[in-house]
Design a protein around this ligand. Structure first.
Ligand code: F6P
Length: 355
């Protein structure tokens, strides 16, 4: 009897998703009688009538590991437990359609789901596992904010893109004696900002884990414009970073422009320009590190299905490929620990965190 696996990827796309899909298919093809099918656009495809699915053969996945994004497309707003359903009167109501999903798995003869996603996605994985679905998770996020695994694929590529942006901004900042602010992604974690600031040679790195003071940032910037300063400065700020204004109100969101406004408020001596790196961090070819990690996790996830270790997630921990219970994954964030050696190193080369 053919055994059939459904691959679902959900949440934001990230470099490496195609490499995971390819790894699962190539590993399965080394076994007899395994069929791998992809659900289009997250869970949408497997809840559609008729199903929107894609048979994933070796030919179809040949060479896709070098491409960014995902051939299955993805969706970070579709949750089978709270799914938009059109009512007879034309209104849309969110309903729990997980039973329909489970019914489709049975009717179409699926033995397991491999679900590629971030924290929110694996909350769905856990709830499906608790409803008896054979499911294996694979961690994915450019934010690197999943505590259960050493690294999430996509992060190193995003950090590289951000580092190259700092490199470029350093040259134009020095040419114009300007303060250039680069805002990077990361949601509530500062990993991308921290890596790009150290690798790119920024002067200020602002991350969510260290609430900053504008006075401390200004002090650092002023030192860059003092007699023995270089006369320009580069700031890398994570999108989730925040500070307290003079009235003590917490300032966050569109943080690069809020920093510019605070500098303009005191008539800071230099020109200021902002760059929001945005989805450039999510797209494009994965680097070698992410291709390897994604491929390892894809192979591991297939083997966890074969070993029937359902309700778990394939992870890379202490440089070992292993698995962890989904119950230990949810809402466990990998924030930048203030005693992390990279914070120590950054401060050691004079990078200010505005603290
Ligand atoms: O979680 C990945 C991420 O890229 C975050 O870094 C960012 O905050 C968010 O997703 C952006 O989401 P969207 O693609 O929906 O704008």
């Amino acid at each position: 009897m053919k055994q059939r696996i459904l691959i679902v990827n959900s949440g934001g796309d990230c470099p490496g998703m195609n490499a995971v899909i390819r790894a699962i298919v190539k590993r399965a093809s080394r076994e007899l009688d395994w069929e791998i099918i992809g659900s289009i656009n997250g869970f949408d495809g497997f809840l559609a009538e008729p199903l929107e699915i894609m048979p994933l053969t070796k030919d179809i996945v040949e060479g896709i590991h070098i491409y960014g994004g995902t051939i299955l497309t993805t969706n970070n707003k579709r949750n089978p437990f709270c799914y938009p359903v059109k009512q007879e009167d034309g209104t849309i109501l969110n309903e729990d359609v997980s039973d329909k999903l489970i019914y489709n798995l049975k009717v179409f003869g699926f033995d397991a789901i491999i679900h590629i996603g971030g924290n929110e996605s694996h909350k769905i994985s856990l709830k499906l596992a608790q409803k008896g679905v054979n499911i294996i998770g694979i961690p994915k996020t450019i934010n690197n904010d999943l505590a259960s695994t050493d690294y999430s694929f996509g992060f190193q590529t995003a950090a590289q893109v951000a580092t190259e942006a700092v490199d470029k901004l350093v040259t134009t900042a020095s040419s114009h004696n300007r303060v250039l602010i680069l805002e990077v992604m990361g949601r509530d974690a500062g990993w991308i900002a921290l890596h790009a600031a150290v690798a790119g040679g920024a002067d200020v790195c602002l991350i969510p884990e260290i609430p900053f003071s504008m006075d401390k940032v200004i002090k650092k910037l002023k030192s860059r414009y003092s007699a023995d300063g270089r006369g320009f400065a580069n700031i890398v700020v994570a999108e989730g970073a925040h500070f307290k204004d003079k009235k003590g109100a917490s300032i966050s969101g569109n943080i690069a422009s809020k920093i510019t406004a605070a500098l303009k408020e005191i008539n800071f001596e230099a020109d200021i320009r902002e760059t929001i790196l945005g989805h450039l961090q999510r797209g494009g070819t994965p680097n070698a590190f992410d291709r390897i990690l994604a491929t390892e996790l894809g192979v591991k996830a297939f083997e966890l299905v074969k070993e029937k270790k359902f309700g778990t997630m394939a992870i890379h921990k202490n440089s070992e490929l292993t698995h962890i219970n989904l119950t230990e994954v949810i809402d466990k964030y990998n924030k930048v620990n203030l005693s992390h050696n990279l914070i120590h190193t950054a401060k050691g080369i004079g990078i200010s965190f505005g603290d």
